[in-house]
Ligand binder design. Structure first.
Ligand SMILES: [Fe+2]
Length: 388
C-alpha cells in the first residue's frame, strides 16, 4: 500500500475522532461520568472503550505492543460488562481518559507507519486495510450510541453538520458528505412498491469492507411482495395510537395546547406529522404493521427492495427477521463481533438513521437489537404479500 493510502487512513481516523470529540465538547466531566439510563453506558465508558478497542487492534494485535494500562481492557469489554454495570467500573475518567485517547492514537500512527496493508498483505486483518476500516466504523457506530444518550442530556444540541438533523427535528436536506442512500427530493410520496418473485443476491461481496455477518453473499428465493415506498410517518402512527390506545413513541408527551411534543434534549418541540416515526420498539413496529393490514418486511426483502425505497437513512427499519448467520458464515476477525449475538434473541434492523455516519451505511449492513428497545433511532416500513 502506498504512503498516500496510509495518509488517507490517518486522516479518516482523525476525522472520526474529531467528530467524537465534537459530540462531547459541550459536556463537562461530571456529565461524561453520569449514568443517565441503565440501558446506556456513561459517555466516559464509550470514550475509553473507543480508545481501548483501538489499542487492542491497532496497537497490540497489529503492532505487537504491550497495553498502556495493563489489565484495564477488561473493563471495556462490551460483553463482559453489561451496560447497567458500566458506571461502577474502575474506568479512566477526566484528564486521564483524555490522555489515554491521545496516547493510543499516537501509537496507532507509529504502527500504521510500520505495517504492510496492501491487497497482498499476508495477514487478513491488514489486507486492504481491513482492521483500519473496522476501527473507523467502530468509532462512528459508537457515535450513534452516544447520540442515543446525548438526547437525554438537558439542553444538549447536536453540533451543526452532525447527521442531518437535531434531536426532535427531521432532515431538511441531504448532507453533501452523504452519498448513500439516495434520498429523493420529495420522499413522502407514499404508496407501495411491488417486488417480483425471483432469486435475489443478498449480502456483501468478497471485495471491500463489510462485517462477517454480511457474508457470504448468497442467492435467496423470494415470493412476490409489496413494500411501502416511505417509512411510516408520525401522522400514521398518531392515527394508530388514537384507534388502538397504543403508547406513544419514546420522548413524546401530550401537551394540552400543542398536542404531541418531543422532549429530547430537555426541550419541547412539536411532533411533525409528515416525518417518519422514531423511537418505537420492534413489538410496536410489528403491532403497527398488523393494524395497517400489513406486516414487517423480512430483512432479505428489504435488501432486495432497497434501490426502490425512499426515506432510507432517517430511522433504522425493524424487520421481521431474527439475527441469524448466513449459510457458510465464518466469524472474522473475532467471535464476539456478531456470532455471540446470533439466535432468536435479537431482531435485525436495516438502513440507518439520521445519526448514522454514512460511511457505515450500506445495503447489506445488518444492525440488530432487542425487540423491546426504544432508545435506538428506529422506526418502521411495512410490507405485505403481493396479490397473485
Ligand atoms: Fe464497541
Amino acid at each position: 500500500m502506498t504512503s498516500s493510502s496510509k495518509e488517507a487512513i490517518a486522516s479518516r481516523l482523525a476525522e472520526a475522532r474529531r467528530r467524537t470529540l465534537e459530540l462531547i465538547a459541550p459536556l463537562d466531566d461530571a456529565q461524561l461520568n453520569r449514568v443517565y439510563s441503565p440501558i446506556l453506558s456513561p459517555l466516559a465508558w464509550d470514550l475509553g472503550h473507543i480508545a481501548n478497542f483501538e489499542e487492542l487492534w491497532l496497537v497490540q494485535t497489529v503492532g505487537g505492543r504491550e497495553p498502556l494500562h495493563g489489565e484495564l481492557g477488561r473493563f471495556y469489554d462490551a460483553i463482559e460488562n453489561p451496560r447497567r454495570t458500566r458506571g461502577e467500573l474502575p474506568i479512566l475518567r477526566d484528564a486521564e481518559l483524555r490522555s489515554y485517547l491521545d496516547e493510543v492514537r499516537e501509537r496507532t500512527l507509529e504502527v500504521l507507519d510500520e505495517v504492510e496493508i496492501g491487497p497482498d498483505a499476508a495477514d487478513p486483518l491488514l489486507r486492504d486495510g481491513f482492521v483500519y476500516e473496522m476501527l473507523i466504523a467502530h468509532e462512528q457506530q459508537h457515535n450513534e450510541t452516544m447520540l442515543q444518550l446525548l438526547q437525554m442530556v438537558d439542553g444538549y444540541e447536536v453540533p451543526p453538520g452532525m447527521g442531518r438533523l437535531s434531536p426532535g427535528q427531521m432532515p431538511v436536506q441531504l448532507d453533501r458528505h452523504f452519498e448513500y442512500p439516495p434520498v429523493r427530493e420529495t420522499p413522502h410520496t407514499g404508496g407501495m412498491v411491488r417486488i417480483d418473485a425471483g432469486s435475489y443476491e443478498i449480502g456483501a461481496s468478497a471485495q471491500g469492507f463489510a462485517y462477517d455477518n454480511e457474508r457470504p453473499r448468497h442467492a435467496v428465493e423470494l415470493e412476490a411482495f409489496e413494500i411501502d415506498r416511505t417509512p411510516v410517518s408520525n401522522a400514521a402512527y398518531i392515527a394508530y395510537m388514537e384507534d388502538t390506545g397504543a403508547e406513544p413513541p419514546m420522548y413524546w408527551e401530550l401537551d394540552d395546547d400543542a398536542g404531541w411534543v418531543l422532549t429530547t434534549g430537555g426541550g419541547r418541540g412539536p411532533v411533525d406529522p409528515s416525518h417518519p416515526v422514531l423511537h418505537i420498539s420492534w413489538h410496536e413496529a410489528d403491532a403497527f404493521a398488523r393494524w395497517a393490514g400489513k406486516r414487517l418486511p423480512a430483512e432479505h426483502e428489504w435488501e432486495a427492495a432497497h434501490p426502490r425505497l425512499d426515506g432510507v437513512g432517517i430511522a433504522w427499519e425493524w424487520t421481521s427477521s431474527d439475527f441469524l448467520a448466513y449459510p457458510g458464515f465464518e466469524a472474522f476477525p473475532y467471535r464476539e463481533y456478531s456470532e455471540a449475538f446470533v439466535g432468536d434473541t435479537y431482531k435485525v434492523l436495516r438502513g440507518g438513521s439520521w445519526a448514522t455516519e454514512r460511511n457505515v451505511m450500506r445495503p447489506s449492513f445488518r444492525n440488530w437489537d432487542l425487540p423491546e428497545r426504544r432508545q435506538i433511532f428506529a422506526g418502521v416500513r411495512c410490507a405485505k404479500d403481493a396479490p397473485s
